[in-house]
Design a protein around this ligand. Structure first.
Ligand SMILES: [Zn+2]
Length: 391
């Protein structure tokens, strides 16, 4: 898979490893995600037979019983066989306490991913596990039966969106507690002051907005606007900083903070350290997002506006839900309508045209700089962008 994703690009763990950091990943995705790590922990390690059997058994259970099985594993000390925030944290704590050299630790929590693992909600799920009729009614708009039945099975006992939002909130709280334990561990080990801690997410979650139920497809803020919390690294004062950054900016920022140098052409992102230091220079005036999996859409977001574009009705149709979320072309005034509920394409043609031109220019610059072609990151990307009329 390495060759598929890149030929010449470097990964952050590889760069840090080459600069004397011990690199540890606690995750279960494997494949290319393990690149550059000295140690990569997987909850279902293939070498360990009981681990594999138990993990396979839990994965094969109907969704409604997965949480219960995980809870039982926690109760009976079988944590290492499953992946919950508790088991991930346990591994991370061992890694922190077992390392005396500079380290890069990547800790990946999954509990806020459907079906949402929230230990506090177990009893409710257990006793109400056959009441799914209301959910079917709620998911009526979803045309794809397979996706609908997946959702229904994920949330037995829930009667409406609010019930599931409550489970999601519990999952967030559960992960929040786990992050707190990690910080406690760093503090107890005397490493907190000298450690840069970054908490972020690769995506948000739609909890019913735009007819997207409990998933992260769509380019609305519920999905693309994620937390970014940083501590350590010389920041002594708490501050909430406004400004646009994207995930691709994280690696150059971390490297600049650590004084690690690397050829900048390896990165699409730019360091936002000046922004953290109170200088607006380098702040992006917009962010760009795209998706290709469930539907093909491209978005550009400024402080005031979001424009979302799809090349055709066919490609705008969500293959999970079986209908078009929002529209083929969408424009939202975020100042008046932060929930992106009112598509104002018809009223603001000129603004939509300008934003589309900006989006087009963004992709053209990528092509000009050889980024898309050179990386070969996604096979056929250039062809798709051309077909979409964006380059
Ligand atoms: Zn959908």
């Amino acid at each position: 898979m390495r060759g598929f994703y890149r030929k010449n690009n470097l990964w952050l763990p590889e760069i840090l490893k080459a600069n004397g950091y011990k690199t540890i990943g606690i995750d279960w995705l494997g494949r290319w995600h393990r690149m550059g790590f000295d140690h990569y922990w997987k909850g279902s390690c293939k070498k360990d037979q009981p681990t594999r059997l138990l993990a396979n058994f839990i994965e094969a259970l109907p969704h409604k019983y997965v949480d219960i099985a995980k809870r039982l594993c926690e109760q009976f000390g079988l944590l290492k066989y499953i992946q919950t925030a508790a088991s991930v944290t346990k591994e991370a704590v061992e890694a922190i306490n077992g390392t005396n050299e500079p380290f890069f630790l990547f800790v990946h929590y999954w509990d806020t991913h459907t079906p949402y693992y929230a230990p506090g909600g177990i009893l409710r799920k257990l006793f109400l596990c056959n009441r799914t009729e209301c959910l079917e009614e709620m998911f009526e708009s979803i045309k794809n039966e397979k996706w609908k039945s997946y959702l229904v099975n994920c949330f037995p006992g829930a009667k409406n969106v609010v019930d599931i939002q409550a489970i999601y909130d519990e999952a967030v709280k559960y992960v929040d507690g786990a992050v707190g334990r990690l910080l406690d561990c760093l503090r107890a080990a005397g490493k907190l002051d000298n450690t840069l801690v970054i908490v972020t997410a690769d995506h948000g979650e739609s909890l019913g907005e735009h007819g997207i139920y409990f998933d992260h497809h769509g380019l609305y803020d519920s999905t693309i606007r994620v937390p970014l919390i940083m501590s350590g690294g010389g920041f002594n004062k708490s501050a909430r900083i406004s400004g646009f950054v994207q995930h691709i900016d994280l690696a150059p920022t971390v490297m600049q903070m650590l004084g690690v140098s690397c050829d900048k052409t390896h990165f699409d992102g730019v360091s936002f350290l000046p922004l953290l230091n109170g200088r607006a220079n380098g702040t992006r005036s917009f962010v760009v997002a795209e998706e290709m999996y469930t539907e093909e859409k491209y978005a550009i977001r400024t402080g005031e506006w979001k424009y979302i574009y799809s090349p055709s009705e066919d490609r705008a149709t969500c293959r999970y839900c079986g209908f078009i979320h929002g529209g083929v072309e969408e424009l939202y005034n975020l100042a008046d309508d932060p929930a992106e509920e009112c598509n104002v394409m018809d009223r603001h043609h000129q603004i939509a045209r300008e934003l589309k031109a900006e989006l087009l220019s963004f992709y053209n610059n990528l092509i000009k700089r050889g980024k898309v072609r050179e990386r070969g990151m996604i096979s056929g990307k250039v062809r798709r962008l051309k077909a979409a009329g964006l380059i």
